[in-house]
Design a protein around this ligand. Structure first.
Ligand SMILES: [Zn+2]
Length: 437
C-alpha cells in the first residue's frame, strides 16, 4: 500500500502520551508535536494514552467454546478432560468462537492476533478459512497458525486418536492454506505442530521443511510443564530444547509458546539463535505450570512477547491484563521490585511480540514509517498518576477508546465497527451450551 503527499492526513491530537500521531494511508507519518496542515482530519484524544497496537503472540480462539472447565487441573489433566469435548466441535462452533475471541482482543487493544489452531473437525480444514473470515470481519491482523497433531494415544501421544490427523493430510492442507491465505500483510500463515506430546518427529521435520520452502515462520508449544519435560526424556532421551534442536527448529524463524522450563545453557542457545518466546502469564498461573524466566531470556537476546493463550485456561480473553500479569510474574520470580517495570511490560506486549512474529520492522512502535496499528486508551481515570505508562499498566483493566489497524478504524468510541459483539456472544453461548450435555 502506498501513501502520497496529496492524501489527507488523519491526526490524533492531544494525547497525554506520546502527543499527536499523524497517519496517511496505512502508515504513521509523524508523532509528538504535529503542526496542523490544511485538510487534516483531526480526532481529539485529549488526555488519552496512545500505544502501538498490542500483539498477541499465542492464542487458541476455539477454546472460547469451553471456558470454565477443568478448573483444578494441571496441563495434562486439563487436556485429557477437554480433548473429547474439543473433538465434538464443528466448523460453525469455531467460527462463533473466533468472532468473539477476536472481537474481545480488539477491544482489549490488540491489532495483531496469533491463533494456534490444531483441531480440524472431522478432517474439514475449511475451519482455517473460517478463522480468516472472522479476522476480516473484525478488521484485525491475523497470524494463522496451521496447527496439527498426528500422535494419538495409541502411538504414545496424549490426545485421543480421533482428534489427530495423518501427516500427509496435514502437509497437503497446510500447502493449500498457504496458497489461499498468506498475503504477508493482513494474514500471515505459520506452520505450527502442536506440542511434543502430540506430534511425531516426522511432522516436526516436515513442517520445518515446508515453512522454510515458503519462508514462513514456525511455532509450537515448548517447555510449558515438567510433565512435558518428563515425556521428552522418556520418549527421546533428551530435554525439550535438545529435541527441538534435533528437529532443526532452533533457529531465528521460530517462536515458542511458554518457554518456562529452560535451563541456563538452553537460554543462551535460544538467544544466540534468535528463537522467540510467547509468555502467557495468566494461563501459566491458572494451570500452575511455572513462571517464565522473562528477564533471563531477554538478557540472553531472546525476543519475548505476550500471549493470552486459550480462554479455556485464561477466561479473560483480552491481552491488556497480561501486561500487568507479566510485571507481577517477573517480580515474583526474581524477588526484585525493579527488575521489570511498566515500560518493560509494554515492550513485551508490542515490539517484543512483533519480534516473535517476525514483523518488528513494520509493527510494534509508533515511529514514522511504521504501519498505523495503534490503540487509544482512555486516560481520564488515571490522570492523577504522574507517569502515564505506570497508570496504564498498573491501573485498572481497560478497553480501548479507539483502535486502528493499517490506519483504518476497527473500534470507535469503544464500539467494534465490523459487527455486533453482543450478538456474537449470544450465538456462541447457544452453541457452547450444546457441549455441556
Ligand atoms: Zn497454547
Amino acid at each position: 500500500m502506498t501513501s502520497s503527499t496529496i492524501s489527507p492526513r488523519t491526526v490524533l491530537r492531544g494525547a497525554r502520551w506520546p502527543g499527536d500521531i499523524a497517519i496517511i494511508g496505512d502508515q504513521i507519518v509523524a508523532s509528538g508535536n504535529v503542526a496542523p496542515q490544511p485538510g487534516d482530519e483531526v480526532i481529539r484524544v485529549d488526555g488519552d494514552i496512545i500505544t502501538a497496537g498490542l500483539v498477541n503472540t499465542h492464542h487458541h480462539l476455539y477454546q472460547w467454546m469451553t471456558r470454565g472447565r477443568a478448573v483444578g487441573c494441571d496441563l495434562f489433566g486439563w487436556l485429557v478432560e477437554l480433548y473429547p469435548i474439543w473433538g465434538r466441535l464443528t466448523v460453525e462452533d469455531v467460527r462463533a468462537a473466533a468472532l468473539v475471541g477476536l472481537g474481545e482482543l480488539a477491544i482489549s487493544g490488540c491489532t495483531s492476533a496469533s491463533d494456534h489452531h490444531y483441531l480440524v473437525p472431522h478432517g474439514d480444514d475449511t475451519v482455517f478459512d473460517t478463522i480468516v473470515e472472522a479476522a476480516t470481519t473484525v478488521g484485525i491482523r491475523l497470524h494463522l497458525n496451521r496447527g496439527s497433531m498426528d500422535l494419538g494415544e495409541s502411538q504414545g501421544g496424549l490426545p485421543p486418536d480421533h482428534v489427530v490427523e495423518d501427516l500427509d493430510s496435514i502437509m497437503a492442507s497446510t500447502e493449500r492454506i498457504i496458497t489461499q491465505h498468506h498475503d504477508g500483510y493482513m494474514v500471515h500463515v505459520v506452520v505450527a505442530p502442536c506440542s511434543p506430546f502430540s506430534v511425531s518427529s516426522e511432522l516436526m521435520e516436515a513442517s520445518a521443511a515446508l515453512a522454510r520452502q515458503h519462508e514462513l515462520r514456525l511455532h509450537t508449544h515448548l517447555c510449558e510443564t515438567v510433565d512435558e519435560q518428563t515425556h521428552c526424556l522418556e520418549r527421546f532421551g533428551r530435554r525439550p530444547v535438545e529435541q527441538l534442536a534435533e528437529w532443526g527448529w532452533v533457529d531465528h524463524d521460530v517462536w515458542l509458546a511458554h518457554g518456562i522450563w529452560i535451563n541456563d545453557p538452553e537460554i543462551a542457545q535460544l538467544g544466540t539463535a534468535g528463537v522467540g518466546v510467547a509468555h502467557c502469564p495468566s494461563s501459566n498461573a491458572r494451570l500452575a505450570a511455572g513462571i517464565c524466566r522473562v528477564t533471563d531470556l531477554e538478557a540472553a537476546g531472546v525476543p519475548v512477547g505476550l500471549g493470552v493463550d486459550g480462554v479455556a485456561s485464561n477466561e479473560v480473553g483480552g491481552l491488556f491484563p497480561e501486561l500487568r500479569q507479566s510485571l507481577y510474574a517477573a517480580r515474583l520470580r526474581t524477588e526484585s521490585a525493579d527488575a521489570f517495570m511498566p515500560a518493560d511490560a509494554l515492550r513485551l506486549g508490542t515490539s517484543g511480540g512483533a519480534s516473535c512474529l517476525g514483523v518488528a520492522d513494520k509493527l510494534g512502535t509508533l515511529q514514522p514509517g511504521m504501519l498505523a496499528d495503534l490503540a487509544v486508551w482512555p486516560g481520564e481515570d488515571i490522570a492523577d498518576i504522574a507517569d502515564p505508562l505506570t497508570g496504564l499498566v498498573l491501573g485498572p483493566d481497560r478497553q480501548v477508546r479507539h483502535l486502528y489497524v493499517a490506519g483504518q478504524p476497527v473500534v470507535q468510541d469503544g464500539q467494534l465497527l465490523g459487527y455486533d459483539l453482543t450478538e456474537a456472544h449470544a450465538d456462541l453461548a447457544r452453541k457452547s451450551r450444546r457441549l455441556w450435555a
